[in-house]
Write a protein that binds this ligand. Structure first.
Ligand SMILES: O=c1ccn([C@@H]2O[C@H](COP(=O)(O)O)[C@@H](O)[C@H]2O)c(=O)[nH]1
Length: 235
């Protein structure tokens, strides 16, 4: 089913049952879904089959970060499972990203997007300083995104605060996946580099990852419908 919306709903739940209950309330023409570490750890690959049966495009957000051979093989397994998007950490370096991109090229007819995480949206400058990075988040994202592009990635995970800069530097086709999306008035939680859905799209984001503002709301469908409506996505 083709999805017109840029919204990717993060199904961050502790059980398969809860995530499937939420997915059944969602419509695959109105959003994609993201399976992250919590859900995948509890449910395993079976969750991918269940969400595919419901018609969803799946972003498998496991942020692989290991030696090139290990990550390339994991990316290959994810693509064979039919996920729409999978990601690795850009800080794994060029050889790890190139090995992953090459592994996908070996697969006949694969169309999985391969994305690299730059700087987590939960981090700000003080967090970077503590891990020995003497750069602003924007400077570090810029460097990692350029490395990701030249290593064969289809795009990056970044904050929407960096989307405008990356779109100008790396081109509008380089896919920008942006978590840390907060509609006006919603709780920031542990996110540091945030933007509203409309601001993020105006800045050049391609996909907006939204978890708690939708899944922890009293009326998740109303929130998603409002975001899509504000973005001009026709139901
Ligand atoms: O830099 C990153 C990379 C991934 N995430 C993931 O996105 C969602 C965001 O959930 P919210 O509840 O909307 O904060 C979550 O699954 C993270 O693991 C991210 O936030 N930042």
């Amino acid at each position: 089913m083709s999805c017109q919306s840029p919204v990717v709903v993060a199904l961050d739940f502790p059980t398969m049952t809860q995530s499937i209950e939420m997915a059944k309330r969602l419509d695959p023409s109105q959003c994609r879904v993201k399976v992250g570490k919590e859900l995948f750890t509890t449910a395993g690959p079976a969750i991918l089959d269940e969400l595919h049966k419901l018609g969803f495009d799946i972003f498998l957000d496991l942020k692989f970060h290991d030696i090139p051979n290990t990550v390339a093989n994991a990316v290959s397994v994810a693509a064979k499972a039919g996920v729409w998007m999978v990601n690795v950490h850009a800080t794994g370096g060029r050889r790890m990203m190139e090995a992953s991109a090459n592994a996908l090229q070996q697969l006949p007819d694969h169309n999985t997007l391969l994305i690299a995480v730059t700087v987590l949206t939960s981090m700000d400058q003080s967090d970077l300083i503590e891990i020995g990075i003497d750069a602003t988040p924007e400077q570090h994202v810029k460097r990692l995104a350029a490395l990701a592009k030249s290593s064969g990635m289809d795009g990056v995970v970044c904050s929407a605060q960096e989307s405008n800069m990356l779109s100008s530097n790396l081109g509008k086709d380089f896919v920008l996946v942006t978590p840390g999306i907060r509609p006006t008035g919603s709780a920031q939680g542990d996110q540091k580099r945030i933007m509203t859905p409309a601001e993020a799209m105006a800045a050049g984001s391609h996909y907006l990852v939204m978890g708690r503002p939708i899944t922890q709301s009293a009326d998740p469908i109303a929130v998603l419908t409002q975001v899509n409506s504000d973005l001009g996505v026709i139901a």
